[in-house]
Design a protein. Structure first.
Length: 235
């Protein structure tokens, strides 16, 4: 029962995000929102070949004879990728490689990323990263103040209004997660529907452990680091 939830109804029952609490993403999985990045590039940053993707519904993917063998630490590591406005969304089921392998940081080198990752045992982690900066994080449902990042108080007004900043918190992981995604969605202009998540989406996997993408050095840096040839001897 939710009668005593400290989270205000207009946040925990937000019509754009309330589906998160019942659609199988929470309490286990991850959603990674990336602004302005194409589907193929998202797959590549997850170290997955975009050309290997097949279009599948969520039901088809979850019952696929290969994909359903994936567990938290072992392959196949797989994602489904959706587009929503100017944002692209990587959907993980049970796995949270965007979070535990730091993939969200690689995605956010030149853009903005919002990540929510959850498992059945710990508070759901919501993070906001922008252009290489770890801006904000919050443990949804944590019984202590878990705000972190370079700007840990940037959403304080909305969080106070929602009833999220009430420590030790009595907010459930589900209520706090829905409320926090509603706050970030309004602030940053992204959304997602259950029809999109559950419908046909390009789906692909890898069997190997994550290999981070190669980071190209700044222009001129490689030349500075390369050893110079010795001066030629005079004739």
């Amino acid at each position: 029962m939710n009668e005593k939830s400290p989270v205000a109804d207009r946040y925990r029952l937000d019509p754009g995000w309330a589906w998160l609490a019942s659609a199988g993403v929470i309490p286990s999985g991850a959603l990674t929102f990336v602004r302005g990045m194409g589907v193929a590039e998202v797959f590549r940053t997850f170290d997955i070949d975009p050309d290997s993707a097949r279009t599948m519904t969520a039901r088809q993917a979850l019952t696929d004879p290969v994909l359903q063998t994936g567990i938290y630490d072992e392959g196949p590591q797989w994602i489904r990728v959706a587009e929503s406005g100017e944002w692209t969304v990587a959907v993980e089921y049970s796995q949270q490689k965007s979070y535990v392998d730091g993939i969200s940081s690689h995605l956010a080198q030149n853009t903005e990323v919002v990540l929510i990752s959850a498992n059945p045992f710990d508070p759901a982690e919501v993070s906001y990263l922008s252009h290489g900066d770890f801006v904000f994080a919050f443990g949804c449902g944590a019984p202590y103040d878990s705000r972190a990042g370079s700007r840990p108080h940037m959403f304080d007004d909305e969080m106070f209004d929602a009833g999220l900043i009430d420590f030790p918190s009595r907010a459930t992981i589900r209520d706090a997660s829905v409320a926090m995604m509603a706050i970030l969605g309004r602030h940053l202009g992204f959304s997602l529907t259950p029809e999109t998540v559950n419908g046909p989406l390009p789906t692909a996997y890898r069997m190997h452990q994550y290999r981070p993408p190669r980071v190209n050095p700044p222009a001129g840096a490689e030349a500075e680091q390369s050893p110079k040839p010795p001066p030629s001897s005079p004739a």
